[in-house]
Design a protein around this ligand. Structure first.
Ligand code: GLU
Length: 428
């Protein structure tokens, strides 16, 4: 087994925070005190949640909520339902949320939650009971001005609606801003479901403009056809990119002259099957190593790792999943001169529209989809430009990830300093 892989074939994730922070501290010269502040989450909470199953038995599900840093605002981040969820993973994801909110300059800190469960094994009623039970366990620590959950892997607007309802039942009052990613019919924001993907498409456009590539001559492969991958494929297709390969957990399809994305999307809604069109069937591993202009991992962590990094042929990578490239693979790709646009920039569109949703909820406003999307595109462009500027300042010596991390870490540390809650700060 490759040395950067843990027991289940994935890197142990706290190590990822550690490695990334060490790397950024070298380029951005962080002090030991800075590192001390960023290395550990502020608060870790966990609970084994009992849920009544349809057959009358009770199953117990391990769960977590990790509030990493709140210097810039209430902590913010999704809740995932996945069999691989563990504390280290949630730690890393909460750390990434802290940086992500800082990169797009929204006034939130970072958090993440998760339940160790395979939702495919649960009925809709069991998922509802689990979602409500999660809120009962963590109710004391979440809220519109403390910690605001949202969807993540395998959770969606319906689950957010149940969670919000449970939160309000306990509170005994209306509190829509406690959870984002709700259905638009129940105080959710227009455009939230496709926001991560629209943000990613905007970042890819900005990147293409900067490096001088034309969308119509750009072949793209997308790994993952969940909420993010499927909306992204549609946006990129509309913008003229040639989407040559897509995949889901069962495998993928490719066609070098471009896939009929809209036809696939129509069929996928009912059948949940990618293999209905006339295209070559490929595995996920084959997709990752295709010779394309842009590879977009949009599924889960650690997909580009020590065991496949030398086979990556893409000219550039845009990370739409959280943490899809391990630090070892990232260092290798950087040596090879392959630009990697990092998750904390590329997939920040989701949390940006979560922020817009929270603003609407806390001010009782409702914005049109057009308004939400215009504001999102602008926010993503601003974030891209500020990171591109950092790269330029270093004569492009910093990678995209280093530039993004350094911007985010600066913003978090500046907020910490103004709060004077660091050792040595004046406390008057
Ligand atoms: N789960 C999304 C992410 O990883 C969105 C989080 C949010 O909207 O709070 O960025």
């Amino acid at each position: 087994m490759d040395s950067d892989l843990g027991p289940q074939g994935v890197e142990t994730v706290c190590e990822v925070c550690e490695v990334e922070l060490d790397r950024i501290s070298e380029v951005a010269q962080l002090t030991d005190q800075d590192l001390e502040l960023l290395r550990q989450p502020r608060r870790r909470i966990n609970a084994n949640i009992p849920v009544r199953m349809d057959d009358g038995s009770v199953d117990v599900f391990p769960s977590f909520r990790i509030q990493y840093n709140s210097a810039r605002g209430p902590t913010k981040g999704g809740i995932r339902f996945h069999p691989g969820v563990n504390e280290d993973e949630v730690d890393e994801l909460a750390f990434l949320m802290t940086l992500k909110c800082a990169v797009v300059d929204i006034p939130f800190g970072g958090a993440k939650g998760g339940v160790q469960v395979d939702p495919d094994d649960l009925s809709p009623g069991e998922i509802e009971r689990l979602s409500r039970a999660y809120v009962r366990e963590y109710h004391d620590t979440i809220g519109p001005h403390s910690d605001i959950p949202a969807p993540d892997v395998n959770t969606n607007a319906q689950i957010m609606a149940w969670m919000r309802d449970e939160y309000e039942r306990i509170e005994g009052r209306h509190a829509p801003g406690a959870i984002t990613g709700k259905p638009p019919e129940l105080d959710g924001s227009e455009g939230r479901d496709s926001a991560t993907s629209l943000g990613g498409a905007e970042i890819l456009d900005a990147f293409a403009e900067r490096v001088g590539i034309d969308s119509t001559e750009t072949d793209v492969a997308i790994q993952g056809f969940g909420n993010v991958g499927s909306h992204l494929a549609a946006f990129l297709d509309e913008r003229g990119y040639n989407v040559v390969a897509i995949s889901n957990a069962a495998g993928g399809v490719s066609n070098e002259s471009g896939l009929p994305i809209h036809e696939i999307l129509d069929g996928y809604e009912t059948e949940h099957d990618l293999f209905t069109v006339d295209a070559e069937e490929i595995s996920n591993e084959q997709l990752l190593t295709m010779d394309v202009d842009v590879l977009i991992p949009a599924a889960i962590e650690d997909q580009i790792n020590g065991s496949n990094m030398t086979e990556i042929q893409a000219d550039a990578i845009v990370e739409m999943a959280n943490g899809p490239t391990t630090p070892k693979a990232d260092a290798y790709l950087s040596e090879q001169g392959v630009p990697v646009v990092p998750d904390i920039l590329a997939n920040a569109g989701g949390v940006t529209v979560s922020y817009f949703e929270w603003v609407q909820n806390t001010s009782n406003e409702y914005w049109s989809k057009d308004r939400v999307q215009k504001k999102l595109r602008k926010q993503m462009r601003m974030a891209f430009e500020s990171i591109a500027e950092r790269k330029t300042e270093t004569q492009n010596e910093w990678t995209w990830r280093e530039a993004a991390y350094s911007r985010a870490v600066d913003a978090v540390l500046t907020a910490e300093t103004f709060r004077s809650n660091i050792p040595g700060g004046t406390d008057q």
